[in-house]
Design a protein around this ligand. Structure first.
Ligand SMILES: Nc1ncnc2c1ncn2[C@@H]1O[C@H](COP(=O)(O)OP(=O)(O)OP(=O)(O)O)[C@@H](O)[C@H]1O
Ligand SMILES: [Mg+2]
Length: 311
């Protein structure tokens, strides 16, 4: 388990992290979301024992990060933010070095190295200096380093930052595959990533937790949740169609987007209006290119939560 108790980090007058508490259980993939400068990286550094907290404490699998650092770190894989600084080494030298630091020996060492080199497709760049690798490959070397000793706890600061779409997909699959028996904490600015890999999302704003729920519950907070959007083939008749939709029972209001020839009908409360809207479209014989139920928009929820906090 990971436990954070009132974790706090002050830099002079700046409260970078301001009393953050949570626990994470095996099987959970926790996503940290939040605007630039919110305190995600600082929180992760404190969990990983890379900066000491000003106040509060962190525990990894029952070991205090500050008082039992060796025990805590043995159970932890950590991918720091941004580009790592082992430029002079090749991935082969660097991973060998990490294997030694992690005390991996003999057959176990060979099989763990083969495993991470294969998973992160590092075979082709093993003997090229890390500083000459592309950003995405440097990120993959960092990830390989974090999972090399197969730790029960992973803290990954923007693990897919700089990866191409194929690698993003592969790293998400990797996280999903490891999720069953591990505790994983990631930070990301990619909201679809939260839906794709996280079982829980914590939104941090100005050093504090402002939301802690499942991605599905967050999406339900969107004003678009259960709205129905119709895209019309032709612009003519858009306003009349909008008026018809507005008059439907359980429709609260409608919004017209001229640019995409779309009308979105928003339900009153949690009413389900899809069938009624579809029936109306059939009755009127509207020429539609799309009709869909909106699950909600995470970016809208993110904005509304973090902007409210900032104000
Ligand atoms: N060593 C430091 N000295 C002074 N201020 C710092 C230091 N490290 C971080 N900060 C400040 O702490 C705040 C939180 O930074 P942090 O890197 O944790 O944010 P973040 O949520 O990870 O942002 P991003 O999304 O941009 O990665 C920022 O205002 C940052 O400038
Ligand atoms: Mg950061």
């Amino acid at each position: 388990m990971i436990r954070a108790e009132s974790l706090t980090k002050h830099y002079g007058a700046l409260h970078a992290v301001d009393g953050i508490s949570f626990t994470v259980q095996p099987g959970e993939v926790l996503g940290f979301l939040g605007p630039n400068g919110a305190g995600k990286t600082t929180t992760m550094r404190m969990l990983a024992g890379f900066v000491p907290p000003t106040a509060g404490r962190a525990e990894i699998c029952g070991f205090s990060v500050e008082d039992q650092p060796t025990e805590a770190r043995r159970r932890l894989g950590y991918l720091p933010e941004g580009a790592p600084s082992w430029g002079e080494m090749t991935p082969r030298e660097f991973l060998d070095f990490i294997a030694r630091v992690r005390d991996l020996k003999g057959e176990q060492r060979r099989s763990r190295l083969d495993d991470v080199i294969g998973r992160l497709h590092l075979g082709k760049v093993l003997d090229q200096r890390i500083e000459t690798l592309s950003k995405g490959f440097r990120r993959r070397v960092g990830l390989a380093q974090a999972i090399l000793h197969d730790p029960p706890v992973l803290i990954l600061d923007e693990p897919t930052d700089g990866l191409d779409p194929n690698q993003k997909h592969e790293v998400r699959e990797l996280i999903n595959a490891m999720a069953k028996d591990k505790i994983i904490v990631i930070s990301t600015h990619i909201l679809e990533e939260v839906e794709a890999v996280c079982s829980r999302a914590i939104i941090i704003s100005a050093g504090r937790i402002v939301a802690d729920e499942t991605p599905a519950a967050l999406i339900r907070r969107s004003r678009h949740h259960n709205a129905v959007t119709l895209r019309f083939e032709h612009a003519a008749g858009l306003n009349e169609a909008a008026a018809d939709l507005r008059a439907l029972g359980d429709v609260d209001h409608v919004e017209i987007d001229e640019a995409t020839r779309s009308v979105t009908a928003f339900p009153k409360g949690n009413a389900l209006i899809l069938t009624r809207v579809a029936d109306l479209a059939g009755e009127r014989g509207w020429a539609l290119s799309q009709l869909h139920l909106e699950s909600g928009r995470l970016d809208e929820v993110f904005r509304s939560i973090t902007e409210k906090e900032a104000a």
